[in-house]
Write a protein that binds this ligand. Structure first.
Ligand code: IDP
Length: 139
């Protein structure tokens, strides 16, 4: 059964470009409630750990460099059917394929610099949320 939480990051370029507020507003207007929120800088090692599932992909090293080049905003979000509905709200990985009205359509610059992360399963949402937030930081 689908759980009601997902995990997201606003990625370094979107933070650098001052889009934290606009992106969070799209999330809230999409029906998501902020359960936890933190601005932080990932070291290369920590970014590597977060994306360890992609270790064998050709873009892994670039992705780790990109995600550690400046601060990100990590968030846990809540809504019924959160993981699936959030993937719809952010749109396709490649902004060229993202639908109108999605966060990536509006803010992503490329397939790598695509503005936001969204968990791809309930299991990963829990792992990723716990990667950044202690239990007493999740309300
Ligand atoms: P997702 O973020 O839409 O779930 P994934 O395939 O899980 O997409 O890839 C994780 C992240 O790796 C993407 O959000 C993007 O930043 C980066 N990425 C994915 N595919 C490519 C690629 O072909 N070239 C460069 N970066 C990529």
């Amino acid at each position: 059964m689908a759980t009601n939480r997902t995990f997201t990051m606003i990625k370094p370029d979107a933070v650098q470009d001052n889009h934290i507020g606009a992106i969070t507003q799209m999330m809230e207007e999409g029906g998501f409630r902020v359960v936890a929120m933190k601005k932080t800088l990932l070291t290369k090692e920590r970014a590597g750990d977060f994306y360890a599932v992609h270790k064998e992909r050709p873009f892994y090293n670039d992705l780790v460099s990109y995600m550690s080049k400046g601060p990100i905003v990590a968030m846990i979000l809540e809504k019924d059917n959160a993981v699936e509905d959030f993937r719809k709200l952010i749109g396709a990985t490649n902004p060229a394929q993202a639908e109108e009205g999605t966060i990536r359509k509006r803010f992503a610059k490329s397939i790598e610099s695509n503005a936001v992360h969204g968990s791809d399963s309930d299991e990963n949402a829990k792992i990723e949320g716990d990667f950044f937030f202690k239990a007493d930081e999740q309300f």
